[in-house]
Design a protein around this ligand. Structure first.
Ligand code: SAM
Length: 336
């Protein structure tokens, strides 16, 4: 007897934007912040969050059903996970990414079909060729974007700190460091390391503030610059996280060449991304990230570990290897 196929997976995937938007609105409304102050019943929480009486119960109970809140005897509280990761005041907060997804990407992804047909970016200031020029024209968006990057890179930063053989190196520069999550994590984990972050000059105050808040201003510094205009700062190790995927193939090759030029013999380049698996059939997040680059940038795309190893070899690196980090993220290491 052949089983009748079930449409369940197809329909749940097609409607999964409901789940995503419920979570994004919960972060925007500060549900998890309110419950971190004190668990609360429906009426109190509705009041605190400014929810309409028509929506409050269904919304909060939907969050319970999505395992984002717990409810016992009518009292709502955060789960251990949401209390750790989604309370703004905690250093472990990763909601910056979700705030950006809510404020920018959710709407831009509404134009995916157009992007698929035209190949053109769909996020704000479409006429601006460069995502960063478009983003950084507004200081609030700049700050939001850089904080979002910390959310994206926090897990990978811990894994890079643990998995790369740092004992053999003294200095590093994170190229395109944003707020500085990777430099801070590496410096905290390895007290012998010094280094810093290279990024556009507008990023400096936000980087310096984050480094100072983590008590690392004596070991980490900011290098202002445009990586297409000049040389990269020299260091034993150069890190590039979520950088290459922003750019087209010629720009990727140019950045790899500049990294090679800035390293000493024996130095290492660490490129990390949500690398697409070599067979391009498993890492859905990596493939969708590449479509996110279609939505966000003029020529950017994600790539496989084998692609990156090939470009590194062309740039002059003598050994390359790929290592999994965490979830969808992996790193490609190139040794000069
Ligand atoms: C997608 S973010 C990645 C941030 C961080 N490495 C991470 O993984 O979370 C790209 C970074 O590259 C920086 N950037 C963009 N264009 C640049 C340029 N021309 N020169 C230097 N940095 C640039 C941006 O300011 C931003 O911080």
């Amino acid at each position: 007897m052949t089983l009748k196929p079930s449409p369940e997976n197809i329909l749940s995937l097609g409607m999964s934007f409901w789940n995503a938007k419920a979570l994004l609105s919960a972060v925007e409304l500060g549900v998890f912040d309110a419950l971190a102050e004190a668990p609360a019943g429906l009426a109190m929480l509705r009041d605190k969050l400014g929810l309409h009486e028509r929506s409050a119960r269904d919304f909060l109970d939907a969050l319970v059903a999505l395992n984002l809140l717990e409810r016992e005897d009518g009292v709502y509280r955060n789960t251990a996970e949401t209390d750790f990761f989604l309370v703004r005041a905690r250093p472990s907060y990763v909601g910056g990414l979700l705030e950006m997804a809510n404020a920018r990407l959710y709407e831009s992804w509404g134009h995916l079909t157009e992007a698929l047909k035209t190949g053109r970016r769909q996020s704000e200031n479409k006429e601006e060729g460069d995502l960063f020029a478009a983003l950084y024209a507004d200081p609030e968006r700049l700050r939001g974007f850089l904080a979002a990057m910390s959310g994206v890179s926090a897990g990978a930063a811990n894994a890079i700190a643990a998995k790369f053989p740092w004992a053999g190196y003294k200095s590093f520069v994170d190229v395109g460091a944003a707020q500085g999550m990777v430099p801070v994590t590496l410096a905290q984990a390895h007290p012998h390391l010094t280094g810093g972050g290279f990024d556009l000059p507008q990023v400096q105050p936000i980087f310096d503030e984050f480094v100072a808040a983590n008590g690392l201003s004596d070991r980490l510094r900011f290098y202002p610059g445009d990586f297409f205009a000049g040389a990269l700062p020299c260091a034993d190790v150069i890190v590039m996280g979520h950088i290459l995927h922003d750019w087209d193939l010629d720009q990727k090759r140019l950045l790899l060449k500049k990294a090679h030029d800035a390293l000493p013999s024996g130095g290492a380049l660490i490129v990390y991304e949500a690398l697409i698996d070599d067979a391009r059939r498993e890492n859905a997040f990596g493939l969708l990230m590449s479509l996110n680059m279609l939505i966000e940038t003029s020529g950017g795309f994600d790539y496989t570990g084998a692609d990156c190893q090939g470009w590194m070899t062309e740039a002059g690196f003598s050994h390359t290897r790929v290592e999994h980090l965490l979830g969808p993220d992996s790193m490609v290491i190139g040794i000069k």
